[in-house]
Design a protein around this ligand. Structure first.
Ligand code: SF4
Ligand code: SF4
Length: 352
């Protein structure tokens, strides 16, 4: 079937309403840029999932980052998209304006050089990400250990996607199928979704980021949903040139060497068992005190971040969208990150 036929079928679909979650912020961005939504029947709803690690980072973590940045002889190093995420009393960007020592990094590895050159300063790396970025933090630790650089701490809010997907399957029965996160799948492999697909009898389809890949993924999910109940719905990998069934075993083993799973707080979702990654006890020297950072912001009544993250509503249904909360003055993290659903919707408002 060619792409024109796929578009025709998806546009003319008249069956029961279906909700498909695109777990990954990069898929959300591509869906908007390319206008994929306008090619679908109104009966097919694409829902943005918790695909942005910045978005699900709780306030206590930001507070701890700021605390370090205000501590003598300490520098907090972070990727730029963390700067505007609100903590209890404000963001890293505001703290920097008040004299906190915050530096940006393009990769955590470069922090090893900075730390080696400045032995009197402790560099605290804000480690936020899913499986895609975790290997970079593991390799940074490997480098620091190898070079004997001891003035580095990792404050981890690193998370793994599978426990969150399981949480969504358990709590959000209305989602009919999942467009799996492409980059994360490169690391964990398509086989990682098999248990969930079988247990919840839902399609999980791995697709690339080009609009035609997304359309093919949506079409595959819709076809699986049309098969009568009783027949298996499963994992299909349509992104075979990047995603292997078994994933990237080398990356998984470097993650496993340095990190172990533990409970983690997801902003908007709450505590999810074994969904966080923490340094193994043998690397405790490098840990910035990552466990127990589970306090989150009291959300104002109007804020619907939690509902956006699990796809109960679209961002523009939040009463704060574009009014109390916008990219210049983000309230919720979903508006902050370049991969956050609210930010993406706001930047592409004309395409809604
Ligand atoms: S936080 Fe982020 S990516 Fe993210 S939904 Fe909001 S929401 Fe999605
Ligand atoms: S518009 Fe702002 S407050 Fe509302 S859900 Fe999105 S990020 Fe949260």
């Amino acid at each position: 079937m060619n792409i024109e036929q796929i578009i025709t079928e998806l546009k003319e679909y008249k069956g029961p309403e279906r909700k498909i979650m695109e777990v990954c912020g990069t898929h959300t961005a591509s869906i908007f840029k390319s206008g994929v939504r306008s090619l679908l029947s109104s009966k097919i709803k694409l829902i943005s999932g918790p695909g942005c690690p910045v978005c699900v980072t709780p306030a206590a973590y930001i507070d701890r980052c700021i605390e370090y940045a205000m501590t003598e002889n300490h520098v907090l190093v972070t990727f730029g998209d963390m700067m505007k995420v609100p903590g209890t009393e404000g963001s890293l960007s505001q703290a920097k304006g008040n004299g906190a020592k915050v530096e940006l990094m393009y990769s955590p590895m470069e922090v090893v050089d900075r730390a080696e050159k400045n032995p009197g300063t402790t560099y605290v790396i804000a480690g936020v990400g899913f499986e895609t970025t975790v290997p970079a933090y593991a390799l940074t630790l490997e480098e620091a250990v190898g070079r004997g650089v001891k003035n580095i701490r990792l404050l981890t809010a690193l998370k793994t996607v599978m426990p969150a997907l399981e949480w969504i399957c358990e709590n959000e029965a209305e989602i009919d199928g999942f467009l799996c996160p492409g980059h994360v799948s490169v690391i964990i492999g398509s086989a990682a979704y098999e248990n969930l697909a079988e247990q919840y009898q839902k399609p999980f389809v791995v697709a690339g980021f080009e609009p035609e890949h997304i359309l093919a993924g949506v079409y595959d999910i819709m076809r699986q949903l049309q098969v009568e109940s009783g027949k298996e719905k499963g994992v299909h990998n349509l992104y075979k040139n990047a995603v292997r069934t078994e994933g990237n075993q080398k990356a998984m083993s470097v993650i496993d060497r340095y990190f172990e799973p533990g409970a983690a707080m997801w902003r908007g979702l709450g505590m999810i068992e074994a969904s966080g990654l923490y340094l193994r006890p043998e690397f405790a020297l490098y840990d910035g005190g990552s466990k127990g950072l589970d306090r989150d912001l009291e959300l104002p009544e109007a804020c619907r971040c939690g509902d956006v993250i699990v796809g109960r509503i679209n961002p523009n249904e939040c009463p704060m969208f574009g009014t109390g909360c916008n990219p210049m003055n983000p309230y919720g993290p979903c508006m902050v990150s370049s991969e956050g659903a609210c930010g993406i919707w706001h930047r592409n408002i004309g395409m809604l």
